[in-house]
Design a protein around this ligand. Structure first.
Ligand code: 5AD
Ligand code: FES
Length: 350
């Protein structure tokens, strides 16, 4: 077969113009079917779960797309203390989760001392669990201390590899250079690193997306998170159109074919844009879901975009809801620590 998809699968790469064709929707059905096939070759029908704890909605940044940006005076802010975070982990552990993702805005309250204290406490109580942080840009030293405290994974989306688009999405104080510095630091320290971007962000073109793919090829992250851009009513982008689910699904499949071993979540944003979005994401090649473990009282306040799902449900409800969805989509939830199967990346066996 000499279809574009087949060439992508064989070479794990394509010239820009062919990638563009796939992004535009050529061979969509074949592409998505191959995305699922390749994830099955590498991970079977396993879907990994990560319990997501949204620990702070304070943020010093002012990204134009984000509902918890500093300038959103209407946002109802909260932060979780160590004990509350630990009790979320306890609940998650009981539900079978062996990875906790601590995600929050860039909140100065969580100094290195505070955050390493939290990581150490989780690590002490749950030595069989992986601790993933998603706490934004920090200093090299900070990343090192958090690693020493027991964090082993870090999620930091690059958001846009094209400097002009990056500047369109972020205020002047934020720089793509620093984001890249952070990602390189994290890799060097030894973290399993996750990066990614929003699909259909205001001003984003197919060429921008190709740059994002090229950036990821250079970075070689273990995890890649993408989801459609969704508007939030209290941001400067409130009138910009939402991203597209179909384009997100095509991108998941493309990323699966380029990075056969990667951990790719079927994101909450995908579940928000369409009732079956997360199931469709899995069927395009995603292999991770991130059920919400935050205390129900705060969930509505971590509102990155309008109509975010899972804000009214208890953690146990999210667990069973996801289990049913994953099963109905043709997969099964696996509750082990779920490390990346990188040995398969280069085609070498152990
Ligand atoms: N729509 C979709 N995703 C968003 N994020 C932030 N704001 C939005 C939005 N309005 C994503 C960013 C960030 C991640 C935590 O959530 O990519 O890295
Ligand atoms: Fe939270 Fe379905 S996963 S309600």
């Amino acid at each position: 077969m000499s279809t574009i998809t087949e060439r992508l699968k064989q070479h794990r790469d394509l010239p820009d113009e062919d990638l563009l064709r796939l992004l535009e929707g050529q061979e969509e059905e074949t592409l998505i079917a191959e995305g699922d096939k390749v994830r099955r070759e590498n991970y079977g029908d396993a879907v990994y779960v990560r319990g997501l704890i949204e620990f702070s909605s304070f943020c010093r940044n002012d990204c134009y797309y984000c509902g918890i940006r500093r300038s959103n005076r209407k946002a109802d802010r909260y932060r979780l203390d160590r004990e509350t975070i630990l009790s979320c982990c306890r609940e998650g552990y009981g539900l079978g989760y062996r990875t906790f993702v601590l995600q929050g805005g860039e909140d100065p309250y969580y100094t290195d001392q505070v955050l390493t204290g939290i990581v150490e406490a989780i690590h002490r109580e749950f030595p069989d669990c992986a601790i993933t942080l998603s706490a934004g840009e920090r200093t090299t030293e900070s990343y090192r201390k958090l690693f020493e405290a027991g964090a082993r994974r870090y999620l930091l989306r690059h958001e846009a590899a094209d400097p002009d688009l990056y500047r369109m999405l972020h205020p002047a104080g934020m720089r793509l250079d620093n984001r890249i510095r952070c990602l390189r630091d994290l890799k060097e320290i030894g973290y399993q690193v996750g990066s990614g971007f929003m699909v259909g962000a205001p001003g984003q073109t197919g060429e921008h997306l190709i740059r994002d793919i090229r950036f990821l090829q250079e970075l070689e992250p273990d995890m890649i998170g993408i989801g459609p851009y969704l508007r939030h009513e209290n941001t400067p982008f409130r009138d910009r159109e939402d991203g597209s689910m179909q384009l997100t699904l095509r991108l998941i499949a493309i990323l699966r074919l380029i990075f056969p071993w990667a951990l790719i979540p079927s994101t909450t944003a995908l579940g928000t844009i369409h009732p079956s979005g997360r199931e469709l994401g899995l069927q395009a090649g995603a292999n991770v879901v991130m059920p919400n473990l935050s205390p129900v009282e705060v969930r509505e306040k971590y509102e990155l975009y309008d109509n975010k799902i899972c804000t009214g449900e208890e953690s146990a409800q999210c667990r069973s809801c996801l289990e049913a969805r994953v099963f109905a989509a043709g997969y099964r939830i696996v509750t082990d620590i779920g490390d990346v199967k990188k040995n398969r990346a280069s085609g070498h066996d152990l």
